[in-house]
Design a protein. Structure first.
Ligand SMILES: CC(C)(COP(=O)(O)OP(=O)(O)OC[C@H]1O[C@@H](n2cnc3c(N)ncnc32)[C@H](O)[C@@H]1OP(=O)(O)O)[C@@H](O)C(=O)NCCC(=O)NCCS
Length: 331
């Protein structure tokens, strides 16, 4: 029996939401100079989901959150802390978490957003863990809601083939036994900010006609550099999370990596010593849905019976910032 720290909080419910609209590689071939073979070979992505124009991050998050609360047997009014991870807030003020709070009727919660890109949901779990462990509340709801299609440049073939829209959520309570978060490792490096960013439309370069014309409000990415740093940071995230829990790849029932690129996923699995049969992959169906990718994958894996109570998962993410996170969880 592997020794590990006693968990402080456990996940008692999960939920996911993906929009109905499917955008395939064949559809993208009609929009930009690309082809299915290139996209599949370089990324593993075959299709992605795109939200309706009138569907925002809060609405998508609410769908996922309701399912997570239902599984947990928790009423909206019982939630003490509501954290939303999003790179695509519905508006700059107030937070998407407050809009989501109103949609859910979670009137007793403190609600706020965090911006840690694709690592945001894992960052959120750790923030909720600290809050609950400090005795400030009993129930946390951590949601990731991403409408990446709203910040994608649909004329830039280097980025538009990668992203999709989705939301995922989990309800957390204080742990009562050996189930829960076993270890976490979070890092960021702001020196790498300009590898993946939106240059304009914020306080430094406010929205203007010029920003719009230059598409400064949309995602810009140095793909090759992001790739290199992603492989490096995913290795640190997964390796350190395992080490902190006193576990090795052999102890892991399922690796749920951030779903950005199949080649990055394979490199992460290899580094962590986990065979590909024990790696959850849905990047082919959803593309990169930023911080929603991991909770969506976790909820799918639970529904498919791949993981369940007592199973140990390793999860790892990287994203703009740069940010990266690894976590081991006994479900
Ligand atoms: C984006 C990514 C798939 C590109 O793959 P790559 O092997 O690095 O490809 P490159 O950027 O070196 O481009 C190779 C060629 O393909 C071309 N290309 C780029 N996008 C293309 C597309 N959608 N279709 C066809 N060709 C494309 C490039 O223009 C380049 O052509 P050139 O050699 O004539 O200049 C890869 O870099 C990647 O996955 N990076 C990480 C991105 C990521 O995960 N971002 C999210 C972080 S959370």
């Amino acid at each position: 029996m592997v020794k590990h720290p006693k968990p402080l909080v456990e996940i008692v419910g999960t939920g996911r939401y993906v929009p109905d609209r499917v955008l395939t590689n064949a559809d993208l071939e009609k929009m930009v100079e690309t082809n299915d073979e290139w996209i599949v070979e370089r990324t593993g992505i075959r299709e992605r989901r795109i939200a309706r124009d009138d569907e925002g991050a809060a609405q998508m998050g609410a769908e996922a959150a309701r399912k997570a609360m239902e599984e947990a047997g928790v009423e909206p009014g019982e939630v003490d802390i509501l954290i939303v991870s999003t790179a695509t807030p519905d508006r700059w003020l107030p937070s998407t978490a407050c809009d989501l709070q109103a949609l859910l009727g979670a009137g007793n919660a403190m609600a706020f957003d965090i911006c840690a890109a694709c690592s945001g949901w894992l960052y959120g779990l750790t923030m909720a863990e600290g809050y609950l462990a400090a005795g400030r509340g009993e129930i946390a709801l951590v949601v990731a809601a991403e409408k990446m299609s709203s910040i994608t440049d649909w004329e830039d073939r280097a980025t538009c083939v990668l992203f999709g829209d989705a939301a995922g959520a989990a309800v957390l309570k204080k742990a009562t036994g050996d189930r829960g978060i076993l270890s976490a490792h979070h890092k960021s490096d702001g020196n790498l900010a300009d590898l993946l960013y939106r240059p304009g439309g914020g306080a430094a370069i406010p929205m203007s006609e010029e920003v719009l014309v230059d598409k400064g409000h949309l995602v810009k990415m140095s793909g090759r550099e992001v790739f290199k740093n992603a492989v490096r940071s995913m290795a640190d995230a997964s390796g350190t999370a395992l080490e902190k829990a006193g576990l090795t790849g052999d102890d892991i029932d399922l690796l749920i990596p951030h779903q950005a690129n199949i080649r990055i996923i394979k490199a992460t699995a290899k580094y962590a010593g986990i065979p590909m049969e024990k790696v959850y992959i849905n990047v082919d169906r959803f593309g990169n849905t930023s911080s929603a990718a991991i909770p969506v994958a976790l909820d799918e894996a639970k529904e498919a019976g791949i993981v369940g109570p007592g199973t140990v998962i390793l999860t790892a993410a990287f994203g703009a910032g740069f940010t990266w996170s690894g976590m081991t969880i006994r479900l």
